[in-house]
Design a protein around this ligand. Sequence first.
Ligand SMILES: O=C[C@H](O)[C@@H](O)CC(=O)C(=O)O
Ligand SMILES: [Zn+2]
Length: 276
Amino acid sequence: MQIRFQNSPKETSRMNTAELRENFLCENLAVNGEINLVYSHYDRIITGVAKPVSAPIALPNNEELKADYFLERREIGIINVGGNGKVIADGQVFNTEKLSAVYLGKGNKEVTFESDDANNPAIYFLMSTPAHQKYDNAYLTKEGATPVNLGGIATSNERTIYKYIHLDGIRSCQLVMGLTVLKPGSVWNSVPPHTHTRRMEVYFYFDLPEDQRVFHIMGEPTETRNLIMKNHEAVISAPWSVHFGCGTSNYSFIWAMAGENQQFTDMDPAPITSLK
Ligand SMILES: O=C[C@H](O)[C@@H](O)CC(=O)C(=O)O
Ligand SMILES: [Zn+2]
């Protein structure tokens, strides 16, 4: 598990490309037969990907947590962006298909991930946050995730938002999680841009063709920087940072938040005309 400490807005504004990538980009997460995790000290989230192929993969405990097991004081949200597979939590089996989600509350001791077909493996994006009470384990398909259509073709941002873990969906201590699918021809995500200093956020891009890239824009609204990202990479968005971007084709991304509250709509707008 990689450990990432926080960076101030001022420090970030002075970083070069390599430093920005080292601090905020999470690369090489989806590796056959591996689970790769990054611990960020922004709200103490742990994010990453489990990609089981022929054998099950366990959610490992880590010395840094000083816990008896990973979910002793944590909850976790899981979204499958690959082939069919199973998430098994203390014997409870969740059959997952592409874009279905599993929530596991505090107290689950043994968690494993497996793929049904090694030729079309499941790819599980994970986001875990500290939790102070147990909420029930839950499962939701994309159809159950209350799709909302946003944006328009004239601004190249026609997209559908699916919310899984939120105040009116699967309940959690602090995790808020869902995904956004851009229509073909639409390339801009999360416009108009916003911040929410109450919550940090992680974006995980997927269904982006291998020869295409997303120009993810981060930083304070008047100090923007970009990270050029490929498929199955994640970016840690600090609470003070914008998080939006433009792709060289359409794509999808998972968004996952943690922090002070779970009010999805309380973003602070950073209008396009205010950006620098
Ligand atoms: O705080 C909310 C998150 O940034 C995303 O949900 C925004 C998003 O998915 C979109 O507009 O497409
Ligand atoms: Zn946001």
